[in-house]
Ligand binder design. Structure first.
Ligand SMILES: NC(=O)c1ccc[n+]([C@@H]2O[C@H](COP(=O)([O-])OP(=O)(O)OC[C@H]3O[C@@H](n4cnc5c(N)ncnc54)[C@H](OP(=O)(O)O)[C@@H]3O)[C@@H](O)[C@H]2O)c1
Length: 308
């Protein structure tokens, strides 16, 4: 802690990074956690937790979303030996998970959660497999564009865990992987339909599928953020009467009338933790991450956790 070193970008061209003394991390606020950053080292996280922090104890292995960008100041940045995080955007990781694998999840979880639960106002997910509330949403479809992106793979799991039917897109080579992301409902069914986005007329196919199955359209989330993907999502949203369309990148302006595309701000849970993170259920997936039931990307499986 006394030797906290931080990597700074000093020059306008972003290179080289300079390493020097970092901020004092010995005084977390009541709802903050100081963690030791382990990118390559296998050291357990350690050190201090604020007085109001209940979910962690010193020594826990965790992942967290650093919000130095919007929070202001190096104290909350990631490129240092020690960093300070809001408890709400910190989650334990299973012993089997390596830090360098798990580290891909925080941004994906935050971005997926904000788009689904803050922008689209979907019902929050539950790790409980026997959740009666989930069944109430089984006739509602959510379109998640691009499951093979890191945001998409998390968004699909969160939407499925909230009880929605997930309609999604991926290259054909990833279709089995996408289906495997959502749990069997006990009757051998997975509530996900995956379309190849390379096929011409895919928006029409998705619209027809939702209508043919008599589903209610609950919204779309563009987890790729290309002009082409946003326009295709907008076509679907427009067909079902318009609405908010979150996207991971800035959308084009000339979308069909009634479609309100907006860029998702992944840092929202970290900056307004008292408001939004509570709304998204303490980052939405702390339980799932702890249980080793959160996957990201088409990677290998280690003890129930699959990482890109
Ligand atoms: N707004 C925010 O706060 C925020 C936060 C983080 C990241 N982002 C942005 O989000 C974007 C995605 O990041 P990422 O790291 O998740 O990407 P990624 O993991 O590199 O995603 C790659 C995957 O995207 C899929 N893909 C590419 N074009 C597609 C299309 N037209 N339709 C459907 N799927 C397509 C491909 O799937 P297949 O292999 O199946 O073809 C590919 O495997 C980046 O532009 C990133 O900058 C935004």
């Amino acid at each position: 802690m006394q030797n906290n070193q931080v990597a700074f970008i000093l020059a306008a061209d972003n290179s080289p990074l300079r390493v020097g003394p970092g901020p004092d991390q010995s005084r977390p606020a009541a709802d903050e956690v100081v963690i030791q950053v382990a990118a390559v080292a296998i050291n357990p996280s350690e050190w201090k937790v604020g007085g109001e922090v209940r979910r962690f104890k010193a020594g826990d292995r965790v992942i967290g979303h650093c919000s130095g960008l919007l929070y202001g100041g190096a104290k909350h940045g990631g490129f240092q030996n020690f960093t300070t995080l809001r408890e709400a955007v910190t989650a334990p990781i299973p012993d089997a998970a390596r830090f360098e694998d798990a580290v891909v999840l925080p941004l994906a979880i935050s971005t997926a959660s904000v788009g689904l639960f803050d922008d689209l106002k979907l019902r929050l997910p539950s790790a409980d497999p026997v959740d009666e509330q989930k069944e109430k949403h089984r006739d509602e479809a959510v379109l998640i564009w691009g499951t093979a992106s890191s945001m998409g793979s998390v968004a699909v799991q969160l939407a499925a865990a909230a009880g929605y039917r997930v309609i999604t897109t991926a290259s054909a080579k990833n279709h089995d992987y996408v289906r495997a992301l959502t749990p069997d409902d006990g009757g051998g069914r997975r509530h996900v339909a995956v379309f190849d986005y390379h096929r011409p007329g895919v928006a029409g196919d998705i619209i027809d599928d939702i209508k043919a199955r008599g589903l209610t359209f609950a919204g779309a989330y563009d987890c790729v953020g290309l002009e082409e993907s946003t326009r295709t999502c907008a076509e679907v949203v427009h067909a079902f009467g318009g609405g908010v369309l979150p996207s991971v990148l800035w959308p084009p302006r000339d979308l069909p009338s009634g479609v309100e595309a907006r860029v998702v701000n992944a840092i929202r849970p970290g900056t307004v933790a008292g408001l939004c993170a509570e709304d998204v259920g303490d980052w939405g997936v702390a339980d799932a991450a702890r249980a080793g039931d959160c996957r990201d990307g088409a990677g290998e499986d280690r003890g129930g956790v699959e990482f890109a």
